[in-house]
Design a protein around this ligand. Structure first.
Ligand code: ADP
Ligand code: TYD
Length: 210
């Protein structure tokens, strides 16, 4: 049986990492065997590519270089982790996947969503999430949260206008794929969002009987 693939998406600071941590603990406590990963990253090589992409010293990085680096990190993650897990019937949950490239590089950078999917076709080998959880948060709030949490990286240091395009881009994408993308209001409390995510994921995992 083919496994199930769930991705978590949203602007910087929308609470993805917080929710992934809570979800991981919850699922482990319940005894589910789940593969948890993140993008860019999730393998030794992809984490090394992440260091290059997010390094704020590289302010001269071209948008195409950026798009290709995200796709390279993704190609390694898909071949090394996601595809083998799905082929052996496991459930995989990833903090970000190709929708991030569609929104950040395709829409906010202006490379075009179709061009970005074209680059990524090679990287994802036909793998697409069965369900995507979209944490919807106004850009200003997200960047404000990040600013309080840590030193901002190369992407987070982008203009507010860029982050507004990201937040709007996610809404547009979600509107186009209502069956796959499930939007949650990320201004809710951490606990309330966790409950909504757990309900949605339990529904799917129960059907899978893993
Ligand atoms: P992301 O991974 O999407 O960038 P994080 O999970 O790192 O976001 O959250 C960014 C910051 O916002 C953290 O300091 C976190 O504690 C805080 N945070 C996360 N979710 C919420 C929430 N629902 N309400 C208020 N603050 C939150
Ligand atoms: P993330 O790990 O979510 O950052 P943080 O945990 O610091 O909030 O993602 C790293 C950054 O990379 C984030 O700004 C979104 C961006 N990104 C893209 O622009 N394109 C992509 O394809 C991916 C996966 C991420």
């Amino acid at each position: 049986m083919q496994g199930i693939f769930i991705s978590m998406e949203g602007p910087d600071g929308s609470g993805k990492s917080t929710q992934m941590e809570l979800l991981k603990t919850y699922l482990e406590t319940k005894g589910y065997e789940i593969i948890i990963t993140r993008e860019p990253g999730g393998t030794k090589i992809s984490e090394a590519i992440r260091e290059i992409i997010l390094n704020k010293e590289y302010s001269e990085m071209g948008y195409m270089t950026e798009a290709l680096l995200y796709a390279s990190a993704r190609a390694q993650l898909v071949s090394e982790v996601i595809k083998p897990a799905l082929d052996s019937g496991k459930a995989v949950i990833s903090d970000r996947f190709v929708d991030s490239s569609a929104v950040y590089q395709g829409m906010a950078r202006g490379l075009g969503v179709d061009n970005v999917y074209k680059i990524n076709e090679f990287a994802i080998q036909g793998v697409m999430p069965d369900l995507t959880i979209h944490l919807d948060l106004p850009a200003k709030l997200g960047i404000g949260r990040k600013n309080e949490q840590k030193e901002l990286d190369r992407m987070e240091l982008e203009t507010l206008d860029f982050h507004v395009k990201v937040a709007e881009g996610y809404r547009e994408l979600a509107g186009k794929s209502p069956d796959r993308i499930y939007t949650i209001d990320a201004t809710l409390s951490i606990e309330d969002i966790h409950k909504i995510i757990v309900d949605k994921i339990e529904e799917i995992l129960n059907n899978m009987q893993i």
